[in-house]
Design a binder for this molecule. Structure first.
Ligand SMILES: Nc1ncnc2c1ncn2[C@@H]1O[C@H](COP(=O)(O)OP(=O)(O)OP(=O)(O)O)[C@@H](O)[C@H]1O
Length: 311
């Protein structure tokens, strides 16, 4: 659905931002692009609907090479919707209704179809009833949802969201991810960038790691988060579950890195057998208990014991 071939880009002031990126995303896939600040994630996204034109290389969307003619750009912007990092860059109308209607109106659709799309899109993001509110008076999470609705109203096949959960409380962030998972179930290809490792492991089927404008790795979240050295190089941290198991592994336990809390507990219980809590204490012995406390820190160690006791 998306293919980048040897894509390179430098900003007009000479700052190199992307160097020889090759990337393929299949139709309906959920992918995350991760990497430290300045790695080139936003620059890459701006190439996906022709806002930026590559200095070298090609952008291929749905089998067609973007050729940057006016007609082609209109077509591509219908197909690929981008939700910017800051919703204030996207929302500019006096009311939510007008903002969401802006795209479909520009497509020249009849009024009743525009109305239908506005209602449907606001419903999908849980913002029905906000039609007459002023976008600039909404909360950060609400603005984000209206910005997503504005893109949905264009009925895109690909949605690209630059850091969709940044600055949102955990519950609101989870709500945004649930919306994106639902869109993906409807067949939309969804690509996000994020620094939030918990969100990435919850959302993505495949992860691309960018660093200094280069693609340095790609794989499933598990493949990426198993590679502690890569994570360090990309200035990220491991998800909490992977971090815990990784530390146990370093302490000499035979565990594998898992990403979900459920899988982590299974891994721990598998390690410990039934009656986990008592066996843990017995199994650790004094020396290993000390090593474990040292590695995990006292607080985490007691949290682990407590969690196992609850099982
Ligand atoms: N308009 C611009 N003019 C000049 N340089 C720019 C411009 N926008 C971005 N850059 C530079 O291009 C590089 C890539 O920036 P980009 O915003 O794509 O990174 P990012 O991975 O999205 O970062 P972040 O996680 O901080 O959002 C950086 O070195 C940045 O300073």
């Amino acid at each position: 659905m998306i293919e980048l071939r040897d894509l390179s880009y430098s900003y007009p002031d000479g700052t190199p931002a992307l160097r020889g990126i090759n990337m393929k995303v299949e139709r309906g896939e959920r992918v995350a692009v991760i990497g430290p600040n300045g790695a080139g994630k936003s620059t890459l996204f701006l190439h996906l609907n022709g806002i930026l034109k590559p200095a070298a290389g090609e952008v291929i969307i749905d089998g067609e090479r973007v050729d940057y003619s006016k007609d082609e750009l209109i077509k591509i912007r219908q197909k690929v919707g981008i939700v910017f990092q800051n919703p204030d860059d996207q929302l500019f109308s006096p009311t939510v209704r007008e903002d969401v209607a802006f795209g479909p109106m520009n497509l020249g659709l009849p009024e009743d179809e525009v109305e239908e799309r506005v209602a449907e899109s606001l419903e999908k993001v849980g913002m029905s009833g906000y039609e007459n509110r002023a976008p600039h008076h909404l909360s950060g999470g609400e603005k984000k949802r209206v910005a997503i609705a504005g893109i949905l109203a264009m009925k895109p096949e690909i949605m690209v969201l630059d850091e969709p959960t940044t600055g949102l409380d955990p519950e609101t962030a989870d709500g945004i991810i649930r919306i994106l998972l639902e869109l993906s179930r409807e067949g939309i290809t969804v690509m996000i960038s994020s620094h939030d490792v918990e969100i990435i492991s919850q959302f993505a089927e495949r992860v691309f790691v960018l660093n200094s404008g280069e693609l340095i790795a790609e794989g499933t979240p598990l493949e990426i988060f198993r590679d502690a050295e890569l994570i360090r190089r990309a200035s990220l941290r491991l998800p909490r579950t992977a971090d815990l198991l990784n530390r146990l592994r370093m302490a000499g336990f035979e565990v594998d890195v898992k990403l979900t809390v459920e899988e982590t507990y299974h891994e721990l219980l598998h390690l410990l057998g039934g009656d986990a809590y008592h066996r843990l204490l017995h199994f650790l012995g004094e020396e290993k208990q000390h090593r474990l406390i040292h590695l995990l820190g006292e607080k985490k160690y007691h949290e682990l014991l407590h969690a196992l006791k609850e099982q």
